[in-house]
Design a protein around this ligand. Structure first.
Ligand code: ZN
Length: 491
């Protein structure tokens, strides 16, 4: 493409609002598209939910600490991708976004209110999603997540709803969708109203191939049938945390690899893969669960990179986050300048597994009258906590008493909320102690407003360099997927 045409094209794009926001000259300078501006036939969008630089860097520091004691990082695969940017995440009504508004920005290129699924901020206009555009253009489409497929981040690609909480309406939109591949955590069938068809009933009627057994899933072959594949763990029917999985579980990487196999075709595909449980781990302030799930997410990205390496001329692969969760930081007042990331490797199960397998059964069998000494061997096994100092013991004893009396803290009591969020007091105290010993700390049980990192490789990758908004990611994808429509504008 001639330089003059590119300049004309960029001016037209700027004029039409494609690169809306920010300094227009800087947009042009930081997006050197000459020789890169092609058509992306295969689009792989990976979203680490709740994943910003600290989640990424904590995983890299942890991996380095496995190899020795020298300070440093061992890079994940996606942090080595050639194009890298910073991305702002605010919603139309809050600096700190939720997943629905952040997802809508990525899927539809527009800011909306927190809680809204692929509709505008007035909640009256349904916004076309990049996945629907791909389907309309004859591409195959896949949606993959480690949390429930009717959760906000996957939903923004196939559903339009005023509220992310309308799970039944949302999972019925999934069931009635024409997308080719849905895989990950099971939709919330428990939200089906009495006497109504469930989303799974509708999928069966419509001829979906429905699979949840791992061997059956791995044997799936490409066909014309739509696929709904799920693997639910013990909590909320999402996938288990990576650190709690066993060999019967289907991993995010396996769902991704199979998705690529099934979607690969001459007309191209769009696939979104969400690492959703990074966010859930960070809400619960469990750094070990976040780190292991970030590593599991990286393994899913590696499947995408393998595909990119086979089709470098026709593929764009993007990795981003939708927002940061937990206010995680690498440093803690109590440990000053010291870090000890190896402390994390002593934790053998997630907060969720500790509740499910240790604390809840204990509470049920002791009816408020147990003794902390009973649980100390289990606490040592799960969190690797030995040599507890007096301060740590005092915190654990206070939290144990509250958990035993089912005093899960409520947001209305602000001082107690700072200690425990709305989590089991004992469990969140234990993860806090493990994290603090490692030199990691949290500022929130919710999301924060820091920018996320975006990484890319492939056709038009340079667009993803620089500092831009989450809505721009949609615009860059659309530009690469449908360049012919933009050239038509330029003429
Ligand atoms: Zn999110």
């Amino acid at each position: 493409m001639k330089k003059t045409l590119i300049v004309t094209l960029i001016m037209m794009l700027s004029f039409t609002g494609l690169f809306a926001g920010g300094n227009k000259d800087a947009d042009v300078a930081s997006h050197d598209m000459e020789g890169q501006f092609g058509k992306a036939k295969y689009v792989l969008l990976f979203i680490g939910d709740g994943m910003a630089m600290t989640q990424i860097n904590a995983a890299e520091a942890y991996l380095n600490a496995q190899a020795g004691t020298a300070p440093g990082i061992e890079k994940l695969s996606f942090t080595q991708l050639p194009a890298q940017g910073l991305t702002t995440t605010f919603s139309s009504n809050a600096f700190i976004t939720d997943s629905a508004a952040a997802g809508t920005a990525l899927a539809c290129g527009e800011k909306t209110e927190s809680g809204v699924i692929a509709m505008d901020a007035s909640k009256t206009v349904e916004l076309p999603t990049i996945a629907e555009m791909a389907k309309d253009a004859g591409m195959k489409v896949g949606i993959v997540s480690s949390v429930n497929l009717d959760h906000a981040t996957p939903a923004v690609f196939y559903s339009h709803n005023q509220s992310r909480k309308n799970y039944y309406e949302i999972n019925m939109e999934l069931a009635n969708s024409d997308f080719d591949y849905f895989a990950g955590g099971e939709v919330r069938l428990s939200k089906t109203p009495e006497g109504q068809k469930s989303a799974q009933d509708v999928m069966e009627e419509r001829g979906f191939t429905i699979v949840s057994d791992k061997a059956e899933f791995l044997a799936l072959q490409a066909s014309e049938n739509q696929v709904y594949a799920y693997n639910h763990g013990f909590a909320f029917n999402a996938l288990d945390y990576a650190m709690d999985m066993d060999e019967d579980d289907i991993t995010l990487a396996e769902f991704t690899k199979k998705g690529i196999e099934l979607l690969d075709n001459e007309d191209g595909f769009f696939m979104m893969v969400e690492g959703g449980k990074i966010d859930w781990a960070c809400h619960a302030n469990d750094a070990a669960a976040s780190i292991h799930n970030t590593i599991a997410f990286d393994k899913a990205v590696q499947e995408g990179i393998k595909f990119y390496n086979e089709h470098p001329e026709d593929t764009i692969l993007i990795v981003t986050g939708d927002h940061e969760t937990g206010g995680l930081t690498l440093g803690f007042a109590g440990t000053k300048y010291a870090s000890a990331f190896n402390e994390i490797s002593k934790q053998t199960m997630s907060w969720e597994a500790f509740n499910e397998y240790v604390l809840d059964p204990y509470k049920e069998s002791h009816d408020g009258a147990g003794s902390l000494a009973d649980l100390m061997p289990e606490i040592e096994k799960a969190f690797g906590l030995t040599d507890l100092n007096d301060d740590e013991m005092a915190m654990i004893e206070a939290a144990f008493a509250r958990s035993l009396n089912n005093e899960v803290e409520k947001a209305s009591d602000s001082q107690e909320y700072l200690l425990y969020g709305s989590y089991e007091p004992l469990t969140v105290t234990l993860t806090h102690i493990v994290n603090q010993r490692a030199g990691l700390a949290w500022s929130s049980y919710s999301h924060t407003g820091v920018p996320v990192q975006t990484f890319a490789v492939g056709v038009g990758q340079d667009m993803f360099n620089g500092y831009y908004d989450n809505t721009d990611i949609f615009k860059y994808m659309k530009t690469l997927m449908f360049p012919e429509t933009l050239v038509a504008i330029a003429k």
